[in-house]
Ligand binder design. Structure first.
Ligand code: NDP
Length: 439
């Protein structure tokens, strides 16, 4: 039942999961008796707090901070922190809800949570970013711990922000804990954590296509976003033989039919004032489509020709109209690198057309899985090599694909990875909740 109209994204995420669970709930009565759904949609704890900090002009600024500790059934709360002006309670709650299922699906000992602030890092000086991160941690530190709640990065929170957050936590508690993941190697981070979400996404696509007796080789891929997930997805797609032909950000879409020049893109994005459009000065055959020229109900990027689509920017960036355009252009599969990038209607279009669809909670789980590897290294004071971590990441992505695929087949919808991922995650979580009693 919708009781608050302001939680649009949260209800969207819950509805998508509940629709997939019908076949399981019809078969087994125990989930009803134990009120599992009712318990799962209610976070165990939600924290909202004020963040005050001083900008470079000496002006005091105030932001809203959030940490939603959704479920500790399978392990410590785990999930990223997002710093973006669009952040609100509904977005953090939907991300936390998705995270619970994603983490269950990895097969690892991870609960689920998410947090962040409505802070806009764009245009801020390094000193302002540091002061904001310290002010954020001044409240958050009392709620987190290496076996309680372990945040990580997300949109607007990369290794620089994680470093400042970690430094302030350590100052406040006087302990060197593995309390946040995505740390730099100097600070006890893991090899490949930065790359893991994008790499994992490309590995997942590869497993999915190989199962169809196909593969990534020579496939033209649309990738959206130009941040951590997008750039590492592009990198790994190239390594696996595919041809990524696009990227995007809040200014618009870049399309390069010959294949994106990743070095040039990285160079552009490494400057705080770098613009995607500047790519054209090096590559005259590429095209830039400004955001204002997006079609009315969608986004120009998804109207370009491709065989595979990887939405890697943000929620609801691929609409029903975009999905129709992808299908009309012969797109064979959509693999979600971001969290809930496809609207519900877009997903329906793709699944009904019989095209492959990899939901974010399966395809982008490589990041959180590698965060768990970082936690394991921190707890045992070990350092694993990049090759070791990469092999574990591949195994975890293969396991996620297999669990999703098998659950879909068990409920007579072979190939429906959306249904399979939701059922496999739910079942592991629900059975553990029943075993832990009414708490
Ligand atoms: P980054 O901040 O590194 O990059 C985000 C990218 O998306 C930027 O190019 C940004 O453009 C674009 N973007 C963000 N919001 C909007 C918007 N409202 N409209 C248009 N473009 C937008 O974030 P990540 O790459 O880390 O995260 C991307 C997605 O992947 C998110 O959904 C996140 O939750 C998900 N994810 C991330 C994981 C990780 O390990 N980092 C793990 C699992 C999922 P601009 O710079 O112009 O704003």
């Amino acid at each position: 039942q919708h009781s608050s109209p302001a939680q649009t994204e949260f209800y969207q995420a819950v509805e998508e999961v509940l629709q997939s669970l019908d076949p399981l709930l019809e078969k087994y009565d125990r989930y009803h008796r134990h009120a599992i759904i009712e318990r799962m949609v209610e976070p165990e704890r939600q924290i909202m707090f004020r963040i005050c900090w001083v900008d470079d002009q000496g002006q005091v600024q105030v932001n809203k901070g959030y940490r939603v500790e959704f479920s500790s059934t399978l392990g410590p709360y785990k999930g990223g922190l997002r710093f973006h002006p669009s952040v609100n309670g509904s977005i953090i709650k939907f991300l936390g809800f998705e995270q619970v299922f994603k983490n269950a699906l990895t097969g690892l000992a991870l609960g689920g949570g998410k947090g962040g602030a409505n802070f806009n890092p764009k245009g801020k000086s390094d000193a302002e970013i540091m002061r904001f991160c310290q002010a954020f941690m001044n409240e958050l530190y009392r709620h987190i711990g290496p076996t309680t709640d372990v945040p990580a990065g997300d949109i607007g929170v990369g290794s620089r922000e994680v470093g400042y957050l970690f430094g302030q936590y350590k100052k406040l508690v006087n302990r060197f804990d593995g309390v946040i993941t995505g740390k730099s190697l100097n600070n006890g981070g893991s090899q490949l954590r930065t790359e893991a979400t994008g790499y994992g996404c490309a590995y997942f696509a590869n497993y999915m296509l190989e199962d169809q007796k196909s593969g990534l080789d020579g496939k033209r891929c649309l990738v959206s976003g130009a941040g951590n997930v997008a750039l590492h997805t592009i990198e790994k797609l190239y390594q696996l033989g595919a041809i990524p032909v696009s990227c995007s950000d809040s200014s618009g879409t870049l399309y390069h039919a010959d294949g994106m020049d990743l070095d040039c893109l990285r160079q552009l994005k490494s400057h705080s004032d770098g613009h995607l459009q500047d790519y054209l000065s090096e590559h005259s055959k590429a095209r830039f489509i400004a955001k204002k020229d997006n079609p009315k109900d969608g986004h120009a990027i998804w109207h370009l020709p491709c065989e595979l689509a990887f939405p890697c920017a943000t929620q609801n960036e691929l609409t029903e109209a975009d999905a129709k355009a992808l299908l009309a252009n012969g797109c064979q599969a959509v693999i979600e690198g971001a969290n809930m990038p496809c609207t519900s209607k877009a997903v329906q279009q793709i699944v009904r057309a019989g095209r492959l669809f990899a939901p974010g909670k399966a395809a982008n789980a490589g990041g959180v899985a590698t965060s768990q590897l970082e936690m394991a290294q921190n707890a045992s004071m070990q350092r694993w090599s990049a090759d070791e971590v990469d092999q574990k990441l591949k195994d975890i992505m293969c396991g996620i694909y297999t669990r999703s695929h098998e659950a879909a087949a068990e409920f007579n919808q072979p190939g429906n990875l959306l249904l399979g991922a939701n059922i496999a995650g739910f079942r592991r979580l629900a059975d553990a909740m029943i075993e832990q009693g009414v708490v």
